[in-house]
Design a protein around this ligand. Structure first.
Ligand SMILES: Nc1ncnc2c1ncn2[C@@H]1O[C@H](COP(=O)(O)OP(=O)(O)OP(=O)(O)O)[C@@H](O)[C@H]1O
Ligand SMILES: [Mg+2]
Length: 380
């Protein structure tokens, strides 16, 4: 018998919240998503009562897990935005991204290290579609080629990219009833919400759920021992990103930008945001920097090439490298055959490996205290 949302809802009638009301009647329950026996839902509660609800969350997970046919359960505890300004869920991706709790309003705790993971780095951008996910994957592979143990966490829960970029078809296994084993791809451990929910399924996330889902993917996944966990962030510099940067112990952020002025303005916002929450900016990558003609080898600076380098100098962050706009990068990326893994001798792979080497250098400098990113407070 296959599990349905209705079966799960029925089961949740047996679990009571702190006020004694059962979960199905509590009004706290989100939509229940069931895919291939994998159950996912959230409970939206008052942040002040988060402690009390944590117990309920665990009970709910245990109850749902006991339903025959349930392969795994993920229950996210989320807090409503406090102090007014609550936003209703919006249908568009961008507006969903904008809605989020106030920094610190999440019940899921504060930044503390993830046992076994040496450094967590974020690959971020102010603007969408600049090639963050492509950079994140190839950077991760470049770090792998340096001999590091690498994991990739897809924190873009609105539009997860890792199933596609790494051609992952398998699902993470549930171990010990509560922890997920990450998927292995190209010698790296990978976790994405896209592995749990069908990529085609439109996902409506209420702002506060974001933090909870990401925290669980970070902490309730058996990452084992990793030198670096590369986090592919959702685009933008809204509250969601700020909250994330505060909750997750980040060793640093890599900002990806295209060379156009508009993208660079967004990149600057990204840099300012990470600095504001004391996350060192490891550097800036200029993606789609120039076009190298595959036929004649002529280089064309389509956009104002070099803008990111100038921006890096202006804002005092390291410049990590420039990646050309190239059909091979797009094709390999979009078909799950990332260029660093599948064409390791290509000039593009070399570019990414060099970026990885610089990132490692920055991480080492950060650890030895040789360099601390200057703290600049920019009010937005
Ligand atoms: N250097 C490049 N040359 C050619 N195509 C590229 C390059 N970098 C990325 N792309 C392509 O651009 C598109 C967007 O890239 P990607 O998904 O990595 O961007 P993103 O910043 O993560 O987007 P989002 O904001 O939606 O998460 C993809 O089709 C990708 O293959
Ligand atoms: Mg992306």
């Amino acid at each position: 018998m296959s599990v349905t949302a209705a079966t799960v809802r029925e089961k949740l009638k047996s679990i009571k919240g702190p006020e004694g009301v059962d979960l199905a009647a509590s009004g706290k329950l989100s939509d229940i998503v069931v895919t291939d026996g994998k159950v996912f839902f959230s409970l939206t509660v008052d942040a002040a009562q988060a402690q009390a609800w944590e117990e309920v969350r665990k009970n709910a997970e245990a109850a749902v897990r006991s339903i025959p046919g349930v392969a795994s359960v993920l229950v996210a505890l989320t807090a409503e935005r406090t102090g007014g300004a609550a936003r209703s869920p919006q249908p568009s991706r961008e507006s969903q991204r904008a809605a989020s709790p106030r920094p610190g309003a999440s019940p899921t705790g504060t930044a503390r290290a993830v046992p076994g993971i040496e450094s967590v780095i974020a690959v971020a951008s102010g603007k969408g579609g600049v090639g963050k996910s492509t950079t994140a994957v190839n950077l991760a592979l470049g770090l792998r080629d340096l001999g590091l143990k690498v994991g990739v966490l897809d924190a873009d829960i609105y539009g997860p990219s890792m199933p596609r970029l790494l051609a992952v078809k398998t699902k993470p296994e549930m171990i010990g009833g509560h922890t997920l084993r990450p998927v292995e791809a190209y010698g790296m451990k990978v976790m994405s919400i896209g592995f749990l929910v069908d990529e085609e399924t439109p996902m409506i996330w209420r702002g506060p759920m974001v933090m909870s889902a990401i925290t669980q993917m970070l902490r309730e996944v058996e990452w084992g021992t990793l030198d670096v966990l590369v986090v592919d962030m959702p685009p933008g510099t809204g509250d969601a990103q700020l909250t994330l940067a505060q909750q997750v112990p980040l060793a640093g952020a890599v900002i990806v930008s295209t060379p156009q002025d508009l993208a660079l303005i967004d990149a600057r916002r990204g840099i300012a945001m990470f600095r504001r929450v004391d996350v060192p900016v490891l550097g800036l990558v200029e993606n789609m920097s120039y076009f190298l003609c595959p036929h004649c080898g002529k280089r064309t600076d389509i956009f104002n090439h070099g803008g990111a380098k100038a921006e890096a100098e202006k804002t005092g962050v390291p410049f990590l490298g420039e990646v050309p706009l190239d059909a091979e990068i797009r094709e390999t990326s979009d078909s799950g055959l990332p260029v660093v893994a599948t064409r390791p001798d290509s000039p593009h792979a070399k570019v990414y490996r060099e970026i990885a080497r610089r990132v490692r250098g920055e991480l080492e400098r950060g650890r030895t205290g040789g360099k601390v990113a200057p703290k600049i407070v920019i009010e937005s």
